[in-house]
Design a protein around this ligand. Structure first.
Ligand code: SF4
Ligand code: SF4
Length: 531
């Protein structure tokens, strides 16, 4: 394979390759080119403009780590109560983040309470993060003179230097599990950063404040840590450092190369708002709806705080997910042609935990879908994209727009954007279609502006609503001036207040608070209840 080359617009000498143990995580949402550029911090993007800064802290774990540093520092540590007081007074933290941070710090102190430790087993905090660094005499194909690997977490060692423990910190216990590669790299960094002949034991544990305990990922000798790295880590890191290929998506928000990237579609003015001089952000219809319900809800979701299972996994939500999962699988595997009334004898919505009634309702809905399955009228080789992730950079708004239609397919030379909804009600209310389903409004704008290319002739937006007794299929023409104006108004209304908002103040209402997945972090709802 030819050596990695920086893309057009990226300049500079590569003095060092710098990676972290977390680099192999979340590949699905990462972009290989962005990761390879990030691994070369000496490179510069020509004409890359710095975005304005957010007023609120958007790095969820930042205040948690800083607070623990203050409690655990060797010289004049702060009392826990003082640190929690400082969190409450910190004007850069949203109230929901204050609550999460305070709870997380207390939980951490409980889980790692070592009051029964002896002087031999006691661990002390290592303030300087462990980094493995090696300098090479002769730069290889990558041109680097040094390689650095770090592991993001809290570092501890025993007083006698025989034990080291790296505590990886997560926000949600049920998040994506750590891979063998990440664990091996973390153990390697723990073993080999600042080499010490005394070291006998290397531990890597993971802690998430919403779990009852830490989980041990690695507990072995330094030699085994090095072997694990050779087996699982080294190749994974090499693949990342030498990565090619673009994958536009949420990663584009933090990518320094975004202003020059040839793979990031530009859709200036798509949202119809002006954000010049404002912090660059990402937006989707889902986040826009959360903001409409309550600004704090959108912000706390954006911080990725743990959410309520009861809200996110209501019967209706589970049924909707099960139906969408089967449709996505069938439309992806087109070997059997279009969907039919035959669901397959074993469709039982495995893993979705449906009640008997919801399973029956889901089956009825799937059979109704067969009447309007778009594959019925398409040639076998027609392009069909199932739940494609579309990304557009709206520079005027300073917003990265993310959309995921349920289905995008070609009808002749034209793109058709289809959304599929499930509803236990038999009839739609009288509300305007685009206001009720803003995904359609975004689809209208994307197609009307020709952002996907293709012919206008049969380009359209479709809404399929699966109901207990049948299916509605609504067709929207994006090229009708009135429809386009309506779509512009719907999206602009959703975005303009959010675009100007820096503080995301909670706006509690009984209706929305009862359905809020991040309510556990919100103290404003308690004030509403007390009124
Ligand atoms: S802007 Fe997006 S697609 Fe382009 S390199 Fe960065 S992350 Fe990848
Ligand atoms: S509980 Fe209510 S006030 Fe709090 S974030 Fe949720 S919707 Fe907003």
């Amino acid at each position: 394979m030819s050596p990695w080359q920086p893309p057009e617009g990226v300049t500079g000498e590569v003095a060092a390759i710098v990676v972290t143990a977390a680099a192999p995580r979340g590949k699905k949402y990462k972009c290989a080119m962005a990761e390879a550029i990030r691994a070369r911090p000496d490179l510069r993007v020509r004409s890359g403009r710095a975005s304005a800064k957010e007023r609120l802290q958007h790095f969820t774990l930042g205040p948690f780590m800083e607070s623990l540093d203050a409690v655990e520092r060797h010289h004049r540590p702060l009392a826990l109560s003082d640190v929690l007081g400082a969190v409450e007074r910190n004007a850069r933290l949203h109230d929901g983040l204050k609550k999460w941070t305070s709870d997380a710090i207390r939980r951490y102190m409980e889980v790692f309470n070592r009051e029964h430790d002896t002087p031999e087993t006691r661990l002390r905090h290592v303030p300087k993060r462990w980094i493995y660094r090696v300098e090479v005499c002769k730069p290889g194909e990558r041109g680097a003179q040094a390689y650095e690997i770090s592991a993001w977490g809290r570092c501890y060692e025993s007083v006698d230097g025989r034990v080291r423990e790296l505590r990886l910190i997560g926000i949600r216990a049920g998040a994506e599990p750590r891979t063998d590669a990440e664990i091996a790299i973390a153990a390697f960094v723990t073993a080999r950063a600042a080499p010490d002949d005394q070291l006998e034991r290397v531990r890597v544990v993971v802690f998430a404040p919403d779990s009852d305990e830490q989980a041990t990922l690695f507990d072995d000798t330094p030699q085994r840590a090095v072997s694990a790295y050779e087996e699982h880590g080294r190749g994974a890191l090499a693949e990342i450092v030498d990565g090619h290929g673009y994958q536009p998506g949420t990663a584009c928000l933090r990518c320094a190369f975004a202003p020059r990237c040839p793979a990031l579609p530009r859709a200036n003015g798509l949202l119809g708002v002006d954000g010049v001089g404002r912090p660059r952000r990402s937006w989707s219809v889902t986040s826009g709806r959360a903001y409409q319900a309550c600004p704090a809800r959108a912000h706390l979701r954006d911080l990725n705080l743990p959410t309520s299972r009861a809200v996110e996994h209501s019967d209706a939500a589970r049924r909707g997910r099960a139906v969408h999962a089967l449709l996505a699988a069938r439309h992806t595997d087109r070997a059997d042609g279009p969907c039919t009334l035959d669901l397959g004898v074993d469709w039982s919505a495995d893993g979705h935990g449906l009640t008997t009634d919801d399973l029956a309702l889901g089956k009825a809905m799937l059979r109704h879908h067969a009447e309007v399955c778009p594959l019925r009228h398409l040639p076998a080789d027609a392009r069909v994209c199932v739940e494609p992730r579309l990304t557009f950079e709206d520079e005027q708004a300073q917003v990265l727009v993310i959309a995921e239609p349920d289905l995008l397919y070609r009808d002749g030379g034209s793109w058709v954007w289809r959304e599929v909804k499930t509803s236990a009600r038999e009839h739609r209310g009288g509300t305007d279609l685009l206001s009720a389903y803003p995904q359609l409004a975004l689809g209208v704008l994307v197609l009307a502006r020709g952002e996907l290319g293709g012919s206008r002739a049969r380009s359209r937006v479709e809404l399929e609503v699966l109901r207990p007794g049948g299916v509605d299929l609504e067709v929207v023409d994006p090229f009708t001036p009135q429809v386009r104006q309506n779509a512009e108004a719907v999206i602009r209304d959703m975005v303009h207040r959010w675009r100007a908002d820096d503080l995301f103040t909670a706006q509690p209402t009984a209706h929305h608070c009862a359905r809020c997945e991040v309510a556990v972090w919100c103290r404003a709802k308690d004030e509403l209840a007390a009124r």
